[in-house]
Write a protein that binds this ligand. Sequence first.
Ligand SMILES: [Zn+2]
Ligand SMILES: [Zn+2]
Length: 260
Amino acid sequence: MEIIDSHAHLFLPEFEGDYPGVLQRARESGVRRIVNVGLGPRTNALVLDAFRETPGLHPTVGWHPNSVEGLTEADLPPLASLLDLPGVVAFGEIGLDYYRGKDFVETQRKALPMLLEVAAGGRKPVIIHCREAWDDFFDLMGPHWASLKAVLLHCYSGDGRVTKKALDLGCHFSYAGAITYKNAEALRDTIPMIPADRLLIETDAPFLAPVPKRGKRNEPALLALTAESLARARGLEPAEAAALTSENAVRLFGLTGPGL
Ligand SMILES: [Zn+2]
Ligand SMILES: [Zn+2]
């Protein structure tokens, strides 16, 4: 089975000391490419470094909603220059997180439109992190949809109502290990709603390890578990789900060059 992990953070301290092993196990499990997602200025630099060393680790540059306190207009031009670098495949992750960021909802609401300006008119898709903030998300995105190339809802967690709305707006959807959880019935029910050409999967490693590794550190080699769960929800063979989601990732992000 060959598969693409559309969202991971391989620079985080959870992988320290084990990074070559993580890449090796990913290769052995059939993971051909990984989108390595930057979370802000410091880690945007790290994903660019990792790409120079390992071409199958495709970098994105972003600014995570949990760390937008202190973001100013002056931060935007440097971010835009990074986004234009060859090899950078998307802008993000950016978004809203009211689960962890309840204390600075207003700051997040101000930051998202500022960040969206960076991607406006761009040639690269936007990766959105949205957690427990869907109404504000749709509200703030309103004037921006038309200016964005494509929008991927990463680690998708919306219900049926949110899914219908996001489908109408043309979003892509990336499902993570949460779809393997026993209590995730409602989330799994959204999987058959997504058109085949807008469906992706990811680990979000080191977070959200799929069952039976739930609660442990996640890594790209575990992506097959999520692919199996997604396949069951759509009545596909796991290899079909892997092929479908990989084609979609290649097309959405324009992934080229050598793999892992
Ligand atoms: Zn995220
Ligand atoms: Zn992430």
